[in-house]
Design a protein around this ligand. Structure first.
Ligand code: CTP
Length: 482
């Protein structure tokens, strides 16, 4: 029996993914290797038995691979000609805490996925597990010391950071998060995090009070604002005898989150997205301008969340202090007219999200010279209406398949947002209440309603990063299931 026949008998690749709790890349790796990993063999054997198919579990470790068009088995071909099947390279950082022992299971699961795993074990991590057990599972040397002459000669810390397709920190202690949020580089782990250009996934694990402490929460917010992803922590009984949020996420949940972040794995791979963000500044004269309170936090978080799913994102941003999200092309603009020009230049796109707070009016005849105070009356400013970027994109001949706008309203939020959706011709509107006691501008949280052709749904108050994640999930659903 070859491995493809077994996968077919079990209902196809998707059914095998569900049965084993692995992602699509794992199943294609099993096909290429002609083998299921050790832990999976009993489950496969049982599932086949339930279907009346009896195999020896041992044979599941060495199956035939189906022939390719050239007549060669896939596995033979991949080894013989060095197929472009690039093995994802994971840099796993294990920091201190009792949950460090679960990182051993995580390494096994990563290897089952067919990923190459290099491990940095911090001093704290090494109090709980040994470099020897890590190496036995990773099949590689365990890296521990920033100033080790032998390590530097074999694998410099910069190469360790640069070779990675993804950096996973699991478990991440409160101390580790505090140090990387402040850009420290006083050990191998923090230096590698600072030197990497790869996406970073953090799986925190600590005592519930330490997790809830405002210092840890502030560090988490800083790390998220830099585009770093989090999985967990989970809630439940802790090894320290307390109960609450702080448990390391389940290894399979960490694998699933990591898989989404690997290049070529996101659900929006190949999709082109335009996001507008931040305020616009409209000059009054050479030194003054009209602005608004938009911070760009929401638009930037949306750009980062879409990029994490593999989308190619162009972020057209007005003047903000938010850092540019990783793996996003940022086009910095000042005025509404600049923003329109840059947005149209980013078409064609599959999706457009207009999150910017665009000034409705520009000052007519604003020149480079500073207006001077005179003894007479103050100057009178004449305004002209700015172009509406959202409406222009919605009716453009290269209109993206999905156009999303925002509506900031003070009264009758849903009714006004529905009317705005129709008026501007976009598909969805994310509407928020910016009434007096509803801080939105500059805040870290947002409470929105999603208005679509089929109605309105209310999302509870959550961080702007979570709004971005919810929106990204809704977009994936829309794009993939129509
Ligand atoms: N928008 C835009 N270009 C403009 C004005 C707004 O692209 N010149 C977009 C915003 O990015 C947002 C949406 O339109 O996605 C709604 O903006 P809002 O300012 O709430 O709407 P207005 O057109 O100003 O309508 P109103 O004055 O009725 O609130």
């Amino acid at each position: 029996m070859n491995i493809d026949d077994i996968i077919d008998q079990l209902g196809g690749a998707a059914a095998v993914q569900t049965l084993l709790g692995v992602g699509p890349s794992a199943v294609s790796n099993y096909r290429l290797r002609g083998a299921f990993p050790e832990y999976a063999r009993v489950r496969i054997w049982q599932a086949l038995k339930a279907r009346g198919i009896h195999v020896n579990p041992e044979t599941l470790a060495d199956l035939d691979t189906p022939p390719t068009a050239s007549g060669q088995p896939a596995s033979a071909l991949s080894h013989a000609v060095g197929m472009p099947q690039k093995t994802p390279q994971i840099l796993l950082i294990i920091s201190g805490g009792i949950a460090a022992y679960k990182a051993l299971e995580l390494i096994r699961r990563m290897k089952d996925q067919g990923w190459a795993v290099r491990v940095i074990l911090t001093k704290g991590g090494a109090q709980f597990i040994t470099p020897l057990s890590v190496s036995a599972l990773s099949g590689d040397k365990t890296y521990t010391d920033l100033f080790s002459l032998t390590d530097e000669a074999e694998m410099g810390h910069i190469r360790l950071a640069r070779d990675a397709d993804l950096v996973v920190i699991a478990p991440a202690s409160a101390n580790m998060m505090a140090r990387i949020s402040h850009g420290m580089a006083d050990d191998l782990a923090s230096t590698a995090v600072l030197a990497t250009g790869a996406p970073i996934l953090i799986a925190p694990a600590m005592n519930p009070f330490m997790w809830a402490n405002p210092a840890t929460q502030a560090n988490t917010a800083i790390l998220k604002s830099r585009g770093i992803s989090f999985v967990g922590p989970d809630s439940g009984d802790m090894a320290c005898g307390e109960d609450g949020a702080g448990r390391l996420a389940d290894p399979m949940a960490i694998i699933a989150a990591a898989e989404r972040m690997l290049p070529g794995q996101g659900k929006l791979q190949g999709k082109q997205v335009l996001v507008t963000s931040g305020p616009t500044h409209e000059p009054i004269d050479g030194v003054r301008y009209i602005a608004n309170r938009s911070s760009g936090k929401q638009g930037h978080a949306i750009a980062a969340a879409l990029a994490r799913e593999g989308a190619k994102v162009t972020l057209v941003s007005g003047p903000v202090t938010e850092p540019p999200p990783p793996s996003v092309q940022v086009v910095a603009v000042t005025t509404a007219q600049d923003m329109l020009d840059a947005s149209l230049a980013a078409l064609p796109a599959d999706i457009a999200i207009c999150a910017a707070a665009v000034a409705d009016w520009a000052v007519d005849g604003a020149g480079a010279s500073k207006l001077k105070k005179t003894d007479g009356a103050p100057p009178e400013l004449q305004f002209r209406e700015n172009p509406d970027i959202l409406a222009t994109i919605s009716t453009h001949q290269q209109r993206p398949k999905l156009v999303v706008g925002f509506a900031a309203e003070t009264d009758d939020v849903i009714a006004y947002a529905k009317a705005k959706r129709a008026r501007k011709g976009c598909d969805w509107i994310l509407a928020n209440d910016v009434g007096q006691d509803q801080p939105v501008f500059g805040a870290d949280e947002n409470e929105v309603h999603l208005i679509t052709a089929s109605g309105a749904s209310h999302w509870p108050r959550m961080s702007k990063h979570d709004v971005a994640k919810y929106l990204t999930d809704a977009i994936i659903k829309e794009i993939t299931h129509g």
